[in-house]
Write a protein that binds this ligand. Structure first.
Ligand code: MN
Length: 128
């Protein structure tokens, strides 16, 4: 079963993402901040990570960078999930190194399609 790690400090979002994933054939595991996310990722080696940006202790950009610098976790794709909806933000997050970007509030169809396309390696943030 495809394992997805949800790193999110907002309980409502966390529960919603988990519910959607669990009811669509994924196994989901969770972490409440970037630091916990790094640990859970190393211990459980998920197939994909959904990473919130604004979180206490360690934010999503720094957590993603740490994961990409870690030999063990560097190949795990990381999707940024954020409430930012400014024009150009998507490009910025891809530049940071995320494989894709999902804006919140999410739309379920788009949420699942983005996850599927990244898992297939067809994400828009193809690595050079
Ligand atoms: Mn947050």
């Amino acid at each position: 079963m495809t394992k997805v790690l949800i790193v999110e400090d907002n309980e409502k979002n966390l529960k919603l993402f988990k519910l959607i994933l669990d009811s669509n054939g994924y196994e989901s595991i969770t972490a409440r901040n970037g630091e916990e996310g790094k640990q859970v990722a190393e211990e459980n080696m998920p197939d994909l990570i959904l990473m919130d940006i604004q979180m206490p202790i360690l934010g999503g950009v720094d957590a993603m960078r740490a994961l990409k610098m870690n030999e063990k976790t560097k190949t795990i794709p990381v999707i940024a999930t954020t409430a930012y909806a400014m024009k150009g933000d998507k490009e910025l997050f891809l530049e940071f190194g995320f494989e894709a970007y999902i804006s919140k509030p999410i739309r379920i169809k788009e949420f699942l399609e983005t996850i599927e396309s990244v898992l297939k390696g067809a994400g828009s943030g193809q690595k050079e």
